[in-house]
Design a protein around this ligand. Structure first.
Ligand code: ATP
Ligand code: MG
Ligand code: FE
Length: 367
């Protein structure tokens, strides 16, 4: 099926078009720059930016799909088989803009509408990675971004996704952003910390690994916590000048590279350790990575290295499919259609806390 997907759960307005499992277009407009002076995404600003970006993004996606299909001009909306949209989880106001637009399109074009789960969409992104071959089940999936840090067991993308664990406080990307701020680096912090850490010793400072003690294993084996780590970094920086005061001849500045490298190592270590633990305990030799934090060079490196040692195959889709995008939403709807699922009724709204087990929302009754 030819499906147009709309994604507006956070700060990316993503419009994607797929045909079956083939990617035809993936346009992404981000309001990231508008949030940078606040050090994080401002919901109202994001919602307004979505409203402005939607129409031009849809047009750009249709044009891109037109050239992918070798048409003379843009793909026509009337040629689509279905519309797909993220219903949640995400920022309520931002989601509402996408949901409203999708309903308007579906009603005016008289096309079926599929309301889907954003997190499961991140997994569906992998299907569009033509070079990786088909997604095999079961697979463990680690989704790490500015808004979520989740460990999932995927037995079937369209019917069976289980939440193994998630962050109890900050998301991994959020931790990067907050620590970057402490270090005086700009937003978004992930790429800045990656850059600052180049060539620095990651073992210089031993920062805590959240929820990794033996006593955490019963209740929080697959859960994450990054706010203690963030506090530990702030404490460490505060305390250094006091220690240095005992050596007054030495002028002291924050060793940004060492702090960045050591902090990044703590995050990466916990993420990879828990993901591979889930693979081992569920006897699943496959690990899928997704979310914007996958851009982190050290995370990729450590994941690939340790997975190989554990006999686990790692899949990492291209970054344009890892960050929030509409193509993954279209891909998930396409899978639902191909597995015979009925469209959603119009009786759904934005659900900011939609659980990952709800893959499709408001599927119509048979008959
Ligand atoms: P959502 O949580 O809904 O997926 P988001 O916009 O918060 O949305 P993404 O766009 O997927 O998340 O990713 C952005 C996050 O990824 C930011 O927190 C950013 O700091 C982080 N990030 C980007 N590049 C890197 C990197 N090289 N290392 C670590 N984190 C990174
Ligand atoms: Mg984003
Ligand atoms: Fe996301």
């Amino acid at each position: 099926p030819l499906v147009l997907g709309i994604e507006t759960s956070c700060d990316e307005t993503g419009i994607g078009i797929v045909r079956g499992r083939t990617l035809l277009s993936n346009t992404i407009a981000s309001s990231m720059d508008e949030h940078s002076r606040y050090g994080g995404v401002v919901p109202e600003v994001a919602a307004r930016a979505h409203l402005e970006a939607l129409q031009p993004s849809i047009e750009a996606a249709l044009a891109e799909a037109g050239s992918a299909l070798d048409l003379d001009g843009p793909l026509a909306l009337t040629d689509l088989d279905a519309i797909a949209v993220t219903s949640g989880p995400g920022l309520a106001g931002a989601l509402m803009v996408g949901v409203g637009a999708a309903k308007a399109l579906a009603v005016s074009l008289d096309k079926p509408l599929y309301a889907v789960n954003h997190l499961v969409g991140h997994i569906a992104a992998d299907i569009l990675d033509a070079e990786a071959g088909p997604l095999e089940y079961p697979t463990v999936a680690l989704l790490v971004s500015g808004g979520h840090t989740s460990l999932l067991l995927v037995r079937d993308l369209t019917t069976d996704v289980e939440l193994l664990g998630e962050t109890m406080d900050d998301a991994a990307g959020e931790a990067f952003d907050k620590v970057a701020r402490i270090l005086g680096l700009p937003y978004p912090g992930g790429p800045e910390i990656d850059r600052a850490a180049v060539g620095a010793d990651p073992t210089a400072i031993r920062f805590p690994r959240g929820l990794s003690r033996a006593s955490d294993m019963e209740k929080h084996r697959y859960d994450f916590s990054f706010s203690g780590l963030k506090t530990a970094v702030a404490r460490w920086i505060e305390q250094q000048p006091l220690r240095q005061a005992q050596e007054p001849d030495v002028e002291w500045t924050v060793p940004v590279g060492e702090v960045a490298a050591s902090f990044r190592e703590a995050v990466v270590d916990v993420l990879v350790t828990k993901a591979l633990d889930a693979c081992a305990r569920h006897d699943v030799p496959r690990l899928l990575l997704g979310g914007g934090v996958i851009a982190n060079r050290r995370l990729r490196e450590v994941a690939i290295e340790r997975a190989a040692a554990a006999g686990v195959t790692v899949r990492i889709p291209p970054l344009s499919l890892c960050t929030d995008n509409g193509a993954m939403i279209a891909a998930l709807a396409s899978e639902l259609i191909m597995s015979g699922r009925r469209p959603s009724t119009l009786a759904f709204g934005a659900d900011s806390t939609l659980p990952v087990t709800e893959i499709q929302i408001a599927e119509a009754d048979a008959g």
